[in-house]
Design a protein around this ligand. Structure first.
Ligand code: B16
Ligand code: MG
Length: 215
C-alpha cells in the first residue's frame, strides 16, 4: 500500500551527472589525474567526498588538500548549474509528479547532493515536492538507508509505504536497506536489484506503476 514516492534527483529527474562530470574533469586535469566520462559512471549517486576518494585513488593528499579540492570541484559545479532551466527535466518527470500528486500521494526528494535545493529551484519543481532530503539532511550517505528514512519521516510515512526512484546502485541498496520499494532507472546491470526496472520516466503514470507492482 504505497502512499509516498521519493525521487532521487541526479539521473532520475534531471541529468546533472554531465555537470558533475565536467566539474570533476576540470579538477582532475588541474591535478594531473587521469579521468574520463567512463570513470565518472562509477561516481553515480556517490557523495562528493567518496567521489573524490575514488578519483585520487592511492595518491597522497592531506586533509586540507582534500577539503580544498572538494570545494574547488563544487565551485565549478555551482557555476555549471547556474544554466539549469525546466528544459533540463528528464522526459516524463513533470507529468509523473503531477499525476502522483493528483492521485493523493506524498512526494519527496531524496538526493545526496548539497546543491539539491538550487537545482530544484532552477528546474521549477519546488511546489511539486512535499519534502526535500538532501546532502545536508543526514550524515551517512547512500548506500546507508538514512537519507530515505529521513525523507519518509518528513512525509510522515512508514518506510514500507514508500517507493524510491533511483538510478544508482548505491541508491537502490539504500532504498532496500530502508525497507522501501525500489524502482531502478536505467540498465539492469546497474539497478537490477530494484523491484522494478524502467528505462525512463517517459509515459509513466501512477496507474501504470501500480500495474507493474502487481505483475
Ligand atoms: P554534491 P543524487 C548525487 O546526486 C550525484 O549523483 C553525485 O554524482 C554527487 O557526487 C552527489 O549527489 C553529491 O553532490 O557534490 O552536489 O553535494 O543522484 O543523489 O541526486
Ligand atoms: Mg542519482
Amino acid at each position: 500500500n504505497i502512499q509516498g514516492v521519493i525521487f532521487d534527483l541526479d539521473g532520475v529527474l534531471t541529468d546533472t551527472a554531465e555537470y558533475h562530470y565536467q566539474a570533476w574533469q576540470r579538477l582532475a586535469d588541474e591535478e594531473g589525474i587521469l579521468f574520463s566520462r567512463q570513470a565518472n559512471e562509477a561516481l553515480r549517486g556517490i557523495s562528493r567526498r567518496a567521489s573524490l576518494m575514488l578519483i585520487i585513488g592511492n595518491r597522497r593528499y592531506s586533509d586540507t588538500q582534500i577539503q580544498e579540492m572538494m570545494e574547488r570541484k563544487n565551485d565549478y559545479y555551482v557555476e555549471l548549474i547556474e544554466n539549469i532551466t525546466p528544459d533540463n527535466l528528464l522526459p516524463g518527470a513533470v507529468s509523473l509528479l503531477d499525476d502522483l500528486r493528483q492521485a493523493g500521494l506524498k512526494i519527496a526528494l531524496g538526493s545526496a547532493s548539497k546543491n539539491a535545493h538550487v537545482v530544484v529551484e532552477k528546474l521549477g519543481i519546488s511546489d511539486k515536492l512535499d519534502a526535500i532530503a538532501d546532502g545536508y539532511s543526514v550524515h551517512k550517505p547512500k548506500p546507508a538507508p538514512d537519507l530515505f528514512l529521513f525523507a519518509a519521516q518528513q512525509l510522515g510515512l512508514p518506510p514500507q509505504q514508500c517507493v524510491v526512484f533511483e538510478d544508482a546502485a548505491a541508491g537502490i541498496d539504500a532504498a532496500l536497506a530502508a525497507g522501501m520499494w525500489a524502482v531502478g532507472m536505467g540498465p539492469p546491470e546497474r539497478v537490477g536489484n530494484a523491484h522494478i526496472v524502467l528505462p525512463s520516466l517517459a509515459g509513466m503514470t501512477w496507474e501504470k506503476l501500480q500495474e507493474k507492482f502487481r505483475d
